[in-house]
Design a protein around this ligand. Structure first.
Ligand SMILES: C[S@@+](CC[C@H](N)C(=O)[O-])C[C@H]1O[C@@H](n2cnc3c(N)ncnc32)[C@H](O)[C@@H]1O
Length: 481
């Protein structure tokens, strides 16, 4: 292990190189859940340690200013580790990397990470952050699980990749983040595959048949939907609802899908009956989705007259749950099947003031404004990557007096928030919601209010175009003199 030069404490910390091992105490958790330790002052992000643990770790990536490492052993466990969680347990359940932290501490870190992202990345001060809404159910809350097939000692297994190992799969008979019914569905498909003598697809040589099993659950309807993902191969009809075939080396689970059982998943949220096609997004924690949407409704503050845009609307759940409090709802979403679900969901629930459009937010927002007129209020719920600068500009063009931004990643919310503030919005309040106990994932809702007029911020392309036009105009005028 290396350190700063003790005779010269101001010397630069010595960089640790890939493959080197060291021991260090984890000081805190970074956004995303990795532990931070500073052997000799050099910052290392460690996968697999909690604050107060002294870990032995191996450097996996080394840069001048920091490195990444994986914990290979816990030398001294933190006093904060929950006594009933075995320190190796998270290896068997790689999705629950915070399970050794008390739930209270998990919530405190999540609150801190939201505040930190907005102040450090968004450079926003004077924040009003409402206290985090904790989850009712800390285990068995997931309504969707994506398992991978693999082989261990020549035997077929169905589970999850250990952290950082795309080519290995750990068998998991009971995933504690999902329901018993989901686990049973997984066990039945594995038993069938073993009886048929099928093998797993190997991503190293691209051979083999079975790739993934996706299990989704209607928590309120009790429906379980299974989708088997395989290479193209001949084998007896599988005992699943849907069968997706993937050609080639893609690691994706999306592809042409045949229907063998129930094609759509049915769920209830608030008092709405919802249908979902297999490639439509749905919030992974149904019970907490109601809390999230309830908070979005509170922040939207609708009075019954407003025109509401529900951007990135999925199967329409946010817009439909707010339709009774709005004049009109317009939903926009890129996945056409999700929009078909949203239209049918409106009809099934006798909602007549909601319209849905299948379009990319990047190109579809100007046509939407042309068709619907400008909205009073916008709800926007993008994927983890947040909004591109161009989509933020389109959002600003809506000139909505209020924007309610539902974010599953505070580090992408932060720069988007800064852009909205630059355009004349105030970040009125933010509140984290814990949709994913035992994991570092954070969801939050932010309310932006327009103060006065929108200030348009020119894009680099628009600026170049304007400067070119101004030059041409100046030349024309000079010639005509
Ligand atoms: C986090 S989900 C939110 C869905 C929905 N609001 C809900 O609560 O279930 C993000 C949604 O954005 C959609 N999406 C991703 N990129 C998009 C884009 N460029 N334009 C429009 N929709 C997009 C995804 O298909 C997905 O349904």
């Amino acid at each position: 292990m290396s350190a700063t030069n003790p005779t010269n404490p101001t010397s630069q910390p010595t960089r640790l190189r890939r493959g080197e091992t060291f021991e260090g105490e984890i000081e805190t958790l970074a956004y995303g859940g990795r532990g931070i330790t500073k052997p000799g002052g050099y910052v290392v992000f460690v996968n697999g340690g909690l604050p107060g643990d002294t870990v032995r770790a191996e450097i996996t990536k080394s840069k001048k200013g920091y490195a990444e490492a994986i914990a290979t052993a816990i030398v001294t466990p933190s006093r904060d580790r929950l006594a009933d969680v075995d320190i190796h347990q998270d290896e068997a359940c790689p999705g629950a990397s915070w399970q050794a932290l008390s739930y209270k501490q998990q919530l405190a870190y999540k609150e801190e990470h939201v505040a930190d992202a907005l102040t450090r990345i968004g450079k926003l001060g004077d924040l009003s952050i409402d206290p985090i809404i904790g989850a009712d159910q800390q285990w068995r809350y997931r309504n969707k699980v994506e398992y991978s097939f693999g082989e261990q000692d020549g035997e077929l297994v169905l589970g999850f990749h250990p952290r950082g190992r795309w080519d290995e799969v750990l068998d998991i008979e009971d995933c504690h983040l999902s329901s018993e019914a989901t686990n049973q569905a997984r066990n039945e498909v594995l038993a069938w595959a073993k009886t048929e003598g099928l093998n797993a697809y190997d991503p190293r040589d691209h051979r083999g048949t079975l790739r993934n099993l996706v299990v989704r659950e209607g928590r309120r309807t009790g429906q379980i939907q299974t989708r088997l993902v395989t290479s193209r191969a001949n084998f007896p009809r599988p005992p699943v609802d849907l069968h997706t075939i993937i050609d080639g080396p893609s690691g994706s689970t999306s592809g042409p899908t045949g229907v063998l059982g129930e094609e759509t998943l049915r769920e209830r949220i608030f008092d709405l009956d919802i249908e979902l096609s297999h490639d439509a997004f749905f919030q992974t924690n149904t019970e907490m989705a109601e809390k999230l949407y309830g908070l979005a409704a509170e922040y939207a503050g609708l009075t019954g007259r407003e025109k509401l845009f529900d951007l990135f609307c999925g199967v329409g759940t946010i817009g439909l749950s707010l339709a009774g409090q709005a004049g009109q709802v317009w939903g926009l979403e890129i996945v056409p099947d999700a929009i078909e679900n949203a239209k049918r969901n409106a009809k099934a629930n006798n909602i007549t003031n909601a319209r849905f459009v299948a379009a990319n937010a990047r190109t579809g927002m100007r046509p939407l404004i042309e068709e619907a007129g400008r909205p009073d209020v916008v709800t926007i719920d993008p994927p983890r990557a947040g909004l591109s600068a161009k989509i933020v500009r389109r959002l600003i063009e809506c000139e909505a007096r209020r924007i309610v931004y539902i974010s599953c990643n505070p580090t992408t919310l932060a720069p988007n928030a800064a852009q909205l503030v630059e355009a004349g919005y105030r970040l009125t309040r933010v509140r984290p919601v814990d949709m994913f106990p035992q994991t570092p994932h954070i969801e939050c809702v932010a309310q932006f209010d327009l103060i006065g007029e929108v200030r348009y911020v020119e894009s680099p392309t628009d600026r170049k175009r304007r400067e070119r036009d101004e030059r041409r105009q100046a030349t024309k005028e000079a010639r005509s003199k």
